[in-house]
Design a protein around this ligand. Sequence first.
Ligand code: RP5
Length: 161
Amino acid sequence: MADLPLVGIIMGSTSDWETMRHAVDVLAELGVPYETRVVSAHRTPQRLYDYATGAADRGLKVLIAGAGGAAHLPGMAASMTHLPVLGVPVESKALKGMDSLLSIVQMPGGIPVGTLAIGKAGAINAGLLAAAILATSDRPLAERLKAWRAAQTDSVAQMPE
Ligand code: RP5
C-alpha cells in the first residue's frame, strides 16, 4: 500500500500545474508522500472548505497552496486549518505575479501563510520547506534533505564555462 500523503499540494487551476509541478518534483526526489488537487477559492469554494477543514484529520502535515492573480487560496486555506500553509504566487499574465505575491503575502496577523517567491523558484522552495518541516521529526528524511543540499552544492561549477 502506498504511503499516506503528508503534504497536500493544492492549486487554483490546472493552469497552475506548470509551476506547482516543481514542488511535486522536489517532494518526489526526497521521498515525501504527497497528493495534488485543484481547489479554487473562487470557483470551487465548497471544495476548498472541505479540503482545508479535513486536511489535518486525514493525516496531512503541511499544505502547499499555489494560485495566481487574486490569489486567495493560500490565505483561505490557512484560515480553516492549523496546519502550516506555504503559499506559492503563480506568475500571472497581466501583472507578472506581483498581484499573486501581494495577495498571498499580506495576511492579517493571526493567520500565517509562509509566502515563497513568485513562480518556479517559489514552488521548488515550498517543496523543500515542506520537507524541512517534516524532517524536524523524521531523521531519515533529514538525512535525505542534507544529501540533496550537498548534491546541489557539489553541482555548482567553479567557472562560468
Ligand atoms: C487563479 O486564477 C488560478 O490560481 C490561476 O493562477 C489563475 C488563472 O486561472 P485560469 O483562468 O487559467 O483557470 O484562480
